[in-house]
Design a protein around this ligand. Structure first.
Ligand code: ZN
Length: 198
């Protein structure tokens, strides 16, 4: 799904008013699986001068990048971290580790059903199997129109939960901007959604 959706859902499920450390850890855990892509893309574009076309059509699907993505999107890795955190939850770091891993697992749960030709190896290192979903969150020939409507609903419900939970002005401003984004997402996806031959 689109990155902010993972974060909104993880925060709606796992954050708590007044628990700053826990909330920032949840935020971090929800973005870490996509972090590899966000660091890699500008590096290729600005430092290596690779064109957008070559980057997303070739390099992205080549082994170095696919391996990096597999490490950061591994259900067994985050599962192990969650277990470790659970058993050490009496200690401060254990509890934070648990929330970090749970946020990342929520990210996995919302990516797995909506990736088609770009499916991840979510079960690395035990298996390189990819679940090729018939659904995609951005490819129109794989029902992105409907998927984006459901994604927008999940995001908007999460926004309502967070709006009521956090009184700070900057939180509400951020959420307001995201409301505009999610109200337009199904329309943008239907109009401009990509159609990739797989
Ligand atoms: Zn992701």
């Amino acid at each position: 799904m689109n990155s902010p959706t993972h974060t909104l859902l993880a925060l709606a499920v796992l954050s708590k008013r007044g628990e700053k450390k826990r909330n920032w850890t949840v935020l971090l855990g929800s973005i870490i699986p996509d972090a590899a892509i966000y660091l890699w893309a500008p590096y290729q574009y600005f430092l290596n001068g690779v064109s957008g076309e070559q980057m997303w059509r070739e390099l992205y699907f080549a082994p170095p990048m696919q391996n990096l993505i597999a490490y950061f999107n591994s259900i067994p890795v985050y599962g192990a971290l969650a277990l470790l955190g659970y058993f050490m939850r009496a200690k401060g770091w254990g509890k934070l580790l648990l929330f970090f891993a749970l946020a990342a697992l929520i990210h996995m749960a919302t990516d797995l059903p909506v990736h088609n030709h770009d499916a991840y190896r979510h079960f690395w290192p035990f298996s390189d199997w990819r679940f090729i979903s018939p659904l995609s969150y951005y490819e129109t020939q794989h029902h992105a129109g409907w998927v984006s409507t459901i994604e927008a609903l999940i995001a908007l419900i999460s926004i309502i939960v967070l709006w009521r939970r956090f009184p700070k002005l900057w939180v509400k401003l951020t959420l307001a901007i995201l409301v505009v984004f999610y109200l337009s997402l199904p329309i943008i996806t239907r109009l401009a959604g990509v159609s990739i031959d797989s």
